[in-house]
Design a binder for this molecule. Structure first.
Ligand code: HEM
Length: 455
């Protein structure tokens, strides 16, 4: 988490955590937020559903109630920009992804969102269904019944290959994807830590980061240059970015294309991989739900690979994924900074104040869910789904900055789940616990060893 800027605030803050000031405050923050999600849940239990975190006189407000979430993301969306966790060029996401869609604001974001949206439109992504099942099918040719595999690694490799092929028409098999994985790992490490030292100090972590970014850039620039040299419009996202011209007829510079490409690699694989990881964990822990899923998949597919047309006949598969993302929202917190004074509920947020929206807490609140810790996909049956309060469930965020890849992600998760579950069951060892490591996304702590058993 990047440091909270010291901004004066004129509002009456809700109770919360005051980390004090000076260099010790940063150390205190590092200790408290070594498990950021755990710390946020503790603060919620202690202080209620809106609380503050103050450091060096600057305050951040954390919102967990649906009406506040709606006010920040939708109603007053234009009063907020992305916060320093995204935009800090040294220690935010921007360090790796530059000024792509996730990290940009204002006019640049508007222009880029318009440019990228057609490639991820619900109609356009139908063309990617075959890539999704073909790559999953190819992954399974390397699986052997009874083998113990790191499923987190398998899902990550699969989803990055799918996003690379669908959006950039690049086959990222084997070693080619390595620089991207390395860079993503470094990014996760950086985001998991409070970085106290400036980046010009060449600590081992800093040197590793620089090397990882250089290696990733070399690969991405090569892909872009090959496409520019080829000149052919292959109809994928990269072609669209290369062919795009602004109102003066100027093409996007190579750096901007690189930033969008890295953004989509990042946003488009780890999130979906984690949605699937937790789905495998939950299915292994809940055999009766797994049996229902198998019944649907076997009945509809009868052993063949799923197609786009099958998806409407796999409603339970969809419910399983939605419920898995309720219990383990891949993106558990989104941050903003106010660009003007704005009233959110009882709180006056002054310009430059940071706010965080925690989605994990409403997803687990007994106020909105019966037996919230129970894995119950039927919560998303049509009759029950319509009674879920608005913004109590938001795995893809909301408002103008809602996930641009949400249709892509849902289609991908359903196709992967149906393809794998029709052929394998994935099992945790008896008594195996899977901890949560929350960084940008909620990962299974230390990987996800599971035994794959042919059905
Ligand atoms: C299960 C999978 C996914 C989840 C849970 C997820 C979640 C989210 C969330 C919560 C946001 C909003 C962040 C904010 O408001 O600060 C977001 C934004 C975004 N997502 Fe996803 N995402 C997923 C998959 C994808 C995929 C597959 C892609 C691309 C192929 C993608 C691309 C993006 C981009 C570019 C943004 C920024 C949009 C903008 O600010 O205009 N995501 N995602």
């Amino acid at each position: 988490m990047a440091a909270i800027p010291a901004t004066p605030h004129q509002t009456t803050l809700p109770a919360g955590l005051d980390l004090g000031s000076g260099p010790l405050a940063l150390l205190r923050a590092a200790r408290t937020f070594s498990d950021p999600l755990g710390a946020m849940i503790d603060l919620y239990r202690k202080h209620g559903d809106t609380y503050s975190i103050t450091i060096n006189g600057g305050a951040m407000l954390v919102f967990t109630r649906p009406e506040h979430i709606h006010a920040v993301l939708v109603e007053h969306a234009d009063s907020f920009y992305k916060d320093a966790d995204y935009t800090d060029p040294n220690q935010g996401l921007a360090r790796f992804v530059g000024q792509g869609l996730i990290t940009s604001d204002g006019a640049l974001w508007k222009r880029q969102r318009k440019l990228v949206a057609p490639a991820l439109h619900a109609r356009r992504i139908m063309a990617y269904a075959e890539t999704m099942t073909d790559y999953t099918d190819a992954l399974l040719t390397d699986w052997q019944s009874g083998a113990k595999l790191d499923i987190a690694q398998e899902m990550m490799t699969l989803t990055i290959r799918i996003v690379a092929k669908s959006l950039f028409d690049v086959d990222m098999s084997g070693e080619l994807a390595q620089p991207i994985f390395e860079a993503m790992r470094e990014l996760q490490d950086m985001q998991g830590a409070i970085n106290i030292l400036p980046t010009w100090i060449p600590t081992p972590a800093e040197l590793r980061r620089r090397k990882a970014i250089r290696a990733m850039d070399k690969l991405i620039y090569r892909i872009i240059e090959e496409r520019q040299a080829g000149g052919a419009d292959t109809g994928d996202l990269l072609s669209m970015l290369v062919a795009a011209r602004d109102e003066n007829g100027e093409p996007m510079d190579k750096r901007q294309i690189r930033d969008e490409a890295v953004t989509l690699f990042l946003a488009g694989h780890e999130t979906t991989a984690n949605a699937l990881n937790w789905t495998w964990v939950l299915l292994s822990q809940n055999p009766e739900i797994e049996a229902k899923l198998h019944e649907e998949i076997d009945r509809v597919l009868a052993g063949r690979l799923p197609t786009l047309a099958d998806l409407e006949h796999l409603p339970y598969t969809e419910r399983v994924i939605k419920e898995s993302m309720r219990l383990y929202p891949p993106v558990w917190s989104v941050g903003r900074v106010a660009i003007k004074d704005v009233q959110i509920g009882d709180y006056l947020i002054s310009k430059d104040m940071r706010v965080a929206i925690n989605t994990y807490i409403p997803h687990h609140s007994p106020e909105f869910w019966d037996e919230p810790e129970r894995f119950d996909p039927e919560r998303f049956s049509p009759e029950r789904e319509s009674s879920i309060p608005r913004y109590a469930y938001l795995p893809f965020g909301g408002g103008p900055r809602v996930c641009i890849g949400n249709h892509f992600a849902m289609m991908e998760a359903k196709l992967i789940l149906a393809t794998i579950a029709s052929r394998y069951t994935l099992r945790l060892a008896p008594g195996q616990k899977v901890g949560m490591a929350a960084r940008i996304t909620i990962n299974p702590d230390g990987g996800l060893p599971m035994t794959v058993q042919a059905r």
